[in-house]
Design a protein around this ligand. Structure first.
Ligand code: PLP
Length: 414
């Protein structure tokens, strides 16, 4: 297994630990719970701390179980290096705290996961300017860029309305302007799409969602793809410029984002996520085909006013989605006709579960404006294209016929 590049996505992930000389022949990377790492020679401890030789220092900055998961995610994204965090928000928040300074400017897609939107409000209060744009068209991103713009941030398929960013052209724009391009790949996962292929410098994944995949562990990650030249980034501290420029970003992120903010992934969670990741490809194939079938069923029903799923020909970015992604993912959303109570509809479903979370094996369904997008208020929701009646579905791996029947019955009762 020396040349992993010749293996496919799943083979690589399933055999990745073994390639690294796993302890005791164990086929899963063991769960290391030790916070401290002892060295027989005190000089070696010092040299690990000084970065002169590899080794673990203290649990907050990583341990062997977490390192094994970091390596797997890195293989999936084909990056230079990956750092794991306690949650997806832990990753996104710490990365921006580590890389941005007061007076900097960010261009962000306005179509965002609700908590990322909330995070940007905090960042703005700390003196970073954020312009929100419709990132489905690169022209809007270009128009918002200023001399202070350090980062452009987009989600691949936006949660929950499924807008697809103009990923390739935004990558070209960022490359030309020397701006760091950060892509949240949670909805597509590295199985459906590698943001590196469109020039993203950093890729964020909420491991909680499809990569872990079973709704039993929180986690997040940031991957440096190697596509960004850190010599073009003005906010790297001198301390982190000692290594090759390709390592500057990771060095600063490991210290300033992970170490200083301390949103460290738990070893037990890393283990759950690593096991889940082995079946990512299988689950994405299944949930994507289930989601397409469900989107088609909903689109054909007169009680449904609108369906948003990039796999439908009626979706405005169907072409982009088809060109860039291996399949269209497990997330869809829809609006019922006026007069149909969305809560009554949800209560008629017997398989789909009213619950938050995405990328679970089970189908989860949630009335967006009343829950996850409640706090931001009606005006901001409207600017993000979120109707008050919008229902989000995270499609699971159930048998397609059972899932469709559940929705058919719930609609028939409307
Ligand atoms: C869930 C989610 C996050 C945050 O992940 P957590 O692990 O819940 O903190 C970030 N981005 C997107 C697109 C998400 O769906």
């Amino acid at each position: 297994m020396s040349d992993q590049k010749s293996y496919g996505f799943t083979t690589t992930i399933v055999h990745n630990d073994r390639r690294k000389g796993i302890e005791h022949g164990s086929l899963h990377k063991p769960v290391h719970t030790s916070v401290a790492f002892g060295y027989a020679d005190a000089r070696q401890l010092a040299s690990v701390f000084q970065g002169k030789e590899p080794g673990f220092r203290y649990g907050r900055q990583g341990n062997p179980t977490i390192a094994a998961l970091e390596d797997k995610v890195n293989q999936m994204e084909q990056g230079v290096g990956t750092i794991c965090f306690a949650t997806g928000m832990g990753a996104i928040g710490a990365v921006f705290q580590a890389l941005l300074r007061a007076g900097d400017h960010v261009v962000s897609s306005s179509f965002l996961f609700g908590n990322t939107n909330s995070l940007w409000q905090t960042t703005m209060a700390q003196g970073v300017g954020v312009s929100f744009v419709d990132a489905t068209d690169v022209a809007n991103v270009a128009a918002a860029i200023t001399d202070q713009t350090r980062v452009v941030f987009v989600e691949t398929i936006a949660n929950p309305r499924t807008q697809v960013a103009d990923l390739r052209r935004i990558g070209e724009l960022c490359q030309a302007r020397g701006i760091l391009y950060v892509v949240d790949n949670t909805m597509t996962t590295p199985y459906l799409f590698r943001p590196k292929s469109v020039g993203a410098g950093l890729v964020v994944n909420a491991l909680t969602k499809s990569i872990g995949g079973h709704g039993n562990a929180l986690g997040g990650s940031v991957t440096d793809t190697g596509a960004y030249e850190w010599t073009r980034f003005p906010n790297i501290y001198e301390n982190y410029k000692k290594a090759q420029p390709q390592q500057w970003g990771l060095a600063q992120l490991r210290a300033k984002a992970l170490r200083d903010f301390g949103a460290s992934l738990a070893p037990e969670a890393a283990h759950h996520i690593a096991v889940g990741a082995e079946t990512l490809a299988l689950r994405m194939e299944r949930t994507s085909s289930n989601a397409l079938a469900l989107a088609q069923l909903l689109e054909g029903d007169e009680r449904v006013a609108a369906v948003y799923y990039p796999g439908l020909a009626s979706h405005p970015q169907h072409g982009t989605s088809s060109a860039l992604f291996r399949a269209h993912g497990s997330l869809l959303s829809f609006e019922l006709q006026d007069g149909i109570d969305c809560f009554d509809f949800l209560n008629r479903l017997t398989l789909a579960i009213p619950a938050s979370n995405l990328g679970d094996t089970r189908t989860l369904i949630i009335p967006v404006a009343h829950t996850i997008f409640y706090e931001m208020g009606a005006e901001r929701r409207a600017s993000m294209g979120i109707a008050e009646s919008l229902i989000r579905v995270s499609v699971g791996i159930e048998d397609e016929a059972d899932l469709l029947e559940d929705f058919r019955c719930a609609l028939a009762g409307s």
